[in-house]
Design a binder for this molecule. Structure first.
Ligand SMILES: [Zn+2]
Length: 287
């Protein structure tokens, strides 16, 4: 089916009490592996790409190949821009056909973050594309970008931030980190406070490395989207490395890439099921 708007996906997640994993893709094999996993899990899915990945392929190429691939699945997929750092990132993604974007002004002071995010919202909403904004900075390594800042989202600022930016969802900093080098220290108390005042669904970045139990404990607090990148990238790299280890003369690239796609798919499926195990148990037993 055609790509769907993120608002529609969020509505499905809300109706079914799901937390949707949003998987970062790097190339078409990863995208296909992720799509296979969501279809197998019977869950709508989010595929996301950060501007750092644009070095590999441009926005249009990503949008067109994802649209083409999605046609072969009955599962609804949204294509999301992860960590748009500039308004130009947002413009290019929206114009290429992404069905959701993030604007990342988290490193800016409060008022500047509002102004910056508002500009992205005003642009994207003209095209009917929803915007995820971020309040509070995350520690850790995100591709080539390293952040030392570790600033929890202040619940007292959440309502004003969402109202003044007009954002459709909010990425929060509650002790979650980017990458696998820092250890997350999740503060569910802060999340509970945020959820009391947030008018929009919440997003967790840095889902890799957080125990499933902790992720599942976020469900009552408006958490709808869990970003996961490192787990799938490692699955891909390990699958390729295993083939090389097995045979240093390996030249069957198609077969190696299929292994990588399957490894990504397996990991994506397991994570989607684990994160939603508590709600899926009832669903599967009813069928
Ligand atoms: Zn992130």
């Amino acid at each position: 089916m055609p790509l769907v708007n993120m608002n529609e996906l969020m509505a499905i997640a809300t109706k079914n009490n799901l937390m949707l994993p949003a998987y970062n893709s790097t190339d078409i094999q990863m995208t296909l592996g992720i799509m296979d996993a969501f279809q197998r899990a019977g869950m709508p899915g989010i595929i996301q790409i950060a501007p750092t990945n644009i070095k590999v392929t441009g926005y249009e190429y990503i949008a067109e190949t994802t649209k083409m691939a999605a046609k072969h699945y009955v599962t609804p997929f949204a294509l999301h821009l992860d960590h748009g750092k500039t308004l130009d990132d947002v413009r290019q993604a929206v114009q290429a056909g992404f069905t959701s974007v993030m604007i990342d002004g988290a490193a800016l002071p409060f008022e500047e973050n509002i102004r910056f995010s508002r500009e992205a919202v005003d642009f994207a909403h003209c095209y009917g594309v929803p915007v995820e904004a971020e309040l509070g900075a995350l520690k850790g390594k995100e591709d080539d970008h390293v952040s030392e800042a570790d600033c929890h989202t202040d619940p007292a600022q959440v309502e004003e931030f969402c109202e003044r930016t007009g954002c459709d969802s909010l990425a929060v900093s509650i002790g979650n980190v980017h990458g696998l080098e820092e250890k997350p220290k999740i503060d569910l108390g802060v999340l509970a406070e945020i959820s009391k005042v947030s008018p929009v669904p919440l997003v967790l970045h840095g889902g890799s490395g957080i125990p499933f139990e902790t992720l599942r404990a976020m469900r009552p607090y408006g958490m709808k989207k869990i970003n996961i990148a490192s787990d799938l990238r490692q699955a891909y790299i390990r699958a390729v490395a295993a083939r090389y280890e097995k045979n240093h003369n390996e030249a069957n690239l198609a077969s190696v890439l299929l292994d990588a796609r399957n490894a990504v798919s397996e990991m994506a499926y397991e994570l989607a099921i684990e994160i939603n195990k508590d709600v899926l148990i009832g669903k599967f037993s009813e069928q």
